[in-house]
Design a protein around this ligand. Structure first.
Ligand SMILES: [Zn+2]
Length: 486
């Protein structure tokens, strides 16, 4: 008798093979090996470049995603949807005049209003940091003026979340004071410019700018020594109309429970000052690479693994919202949806968005990549990427929690380019994401979709409500336009 292989022994004993644990290790090894991960990242960022939704580059990126899935042996599909309002900057300038005359490098904030071709001119007032006290000090002088707001330098993720939260407050005060517009001092030094959405999105009616930090400081020195300035802002925008965009979706069909979905996604769109490498080309490449390795190893997950390259993320996570609407009938069978969107800093664990019951599955799934840890999970709900609509629909969802690394300083900026990506860490993050995806695709599940009441408890019991207000998402939740209805 030939020596019995371990597999035959298991069969002979009537036991099931621990094959899926073994598959996880093979998948991890494959992602850590030689793969086209960086070729994909370079082609998306260097060749296609910045790809705001609605742009020609974005349409090329959708075709690119479809071609990449096809090359991996998967049937990709473009799931089309309507974006509410086009916004692309054609040109933005800022010219200060008065005690001195100088042109300041500037960009329009997404959803800034356009100005007349000759520009919109108004006196500039020193908005300080845009606090309640600052607007009180300005009183009626803010009305009809450009408020120039000083910012602290952005160095890390914490600063980024703070910048968003503060901007929403500053803009609320500025609009209440009936300003002509807001000009923010850029929060990154040395001439770096970036885009930062106007907090109220397409509802905004005013010109809104980010002005080069050094020029804004120059202007403030004049104002603070009692020498007045006017600002002429010229903003040319292509926009206003609804338009079509698409998520790119591909499935590896489940062998036992094909109707149950484990989703892994990253957004394909980016802003256009840089080439969208940290935000979020690197994680698009990560998602594609996992799909490719699962397919080329011929692995058979129990559940369907769905790979999604989201679109319209930067305009308010529109692609994932539209997905939730289009797939409403299947959401009860979405076991987990994960998002990767914090650049290439080390994945230090997962944010479970109010679902600590996921921890045990995550921790088991991470065993094959234990050497890339340590990892720690946190239950904090996070608003700002494509997990949002899954969270608000009660679907278990994860966001990879990553070390800040260089994400903050390059966020939405001209400097977000291929060379900023930590390629070694991105490989390791791919292995981590592969292990977690595989784990959920095969795990025993103890949770179910949450009801509206349960989601409401999360809104009320955490920072979620404040985050939603800061991103203009709270009213549409309360009114039932966005999120689970019952
Ligand atoms: Zn992003």
């Amino acid at each position: 008798m030939a020596a019995m292989k371990p597999a035959m022994l298991f069969l002979a004993l009537g036991l099931t093979l621990p094959a899926r644990a073994d598959d996880a290790s093979r998948l991890v090894a494959a992602t850590l090996g030689h793969t086209p991960l960086l070729r994909d990242l370079q082609s998306l960022t260097d060749e296609i470049g910045g790809r705001p939704t609605g742009s020609e580059a974005n349409r090329r990126a959708v075709e690119w995603g479809l071609a990449r899935f096809k090359e991996a042996g998967l049937e990709g599909r473009a799931e089309r949807f309507t974006m509410p309002s086009l916004w692309l900057e054609r040109r933005a300038t800022a010219r200060f005049a008065g005690s001195a005359a100088f042109e300041a490098p500037a960009v329009a904030m997404p959803f800034s209003a356009a100005t007349p071709a000759a520009g919109a001119a108004a006196p500039v007032v020193d908005g300080g940091h845009g606090t309640e006290a600052d607007f009180k000090r300005l009183g009626v002088t803010a009305k009809g003026a450009f408020v120039l707001v000083e910012t602290g330098e952005l160095v890390d993720l914490e600063g980024l979340f703070r910048e968003y939260a503060e901007a929403a407050e500053i803009e609320r005060r500025a609009f209440a004071a009936d300003v002509a517009g807001v000009a923010y001092m850029a929060s990154r030094p040395r001439g770096l410019l970036y885009r930062h959405n106007v907090s109220i999105g397409p509802k905004n009616t005013r010109p809104m700018l980010i002005v080069e930090r050094e020029s804004a400081q120059r202007a403030l020195r004049f104002l603070r020594s009692g020498r007045p300035l006017t600002l002429t802002a010229t903003i040319e925008v292509e926009g206003g109309k609804p338009y079509e965009a698409a998520n790119v979706v591909a499935d590896v069909r489940g062998s036992e429970k094909p109707d149950e979905v484990v989703l892994i996604g990253a957004h394909l769109d980016s802003w256009d000052l840089g080439t969208g490498a940290l935000d979020n080309g690197c994680n698009v490449a990560l998602v594609l690479d996992i799909a490719r390795q699962i397919q080329s190893l011929g692995l058979k997950p129990r559940r369907t693994i769905r790979f999604v390259l989201w679109n319209g993320e930067e305009q308010g996570m529109i692609g994932s919202w539209e997905y939730a609407k289009a797939h409403a009938a299947e959401l009860d069978r979405h076991v987990m949806a994960s998002s990767y969107d914090i650049g290439s800093g080390r994945i230090s664990g997962f944010l479970t968005n109010g679902r600590p019951e996921l921890d045990a599955v995550i921790e088991r799934a991470l065993v094959p990549v234990a050497g890339l840890g340590p990892f720690a999970q946190a239950p904090d709900p996070v608003v700002g990427t494509d997990n949002y609509d899954f969270m608000m629909e009660g679907v278990a969802n994860l966001v990879a929690n990553q070390e800040s690394a260089n994400y903050g300083p390059n966020y939405h900026a001209g400097s977000d380019t291929f060379d900023k990506v930590d390629t070694r860490q991105l490989k390791q993050n791919t292995a981590i994401a592969a292990a977690v995806t595989w784990g959920f695709a095969n795990a025993d599940v103890t949770w179910r979709r949450q009801t509206r009441a349960e989601i409401q408890a999360l809104v009320d019991g955490t920072t979620l409500k404040d985050q939603m207000i800061g991103m203009d998402l709270y009213d549409v939740w309360v009114s039932g336009q966005r999120g689970r209805k019952k």
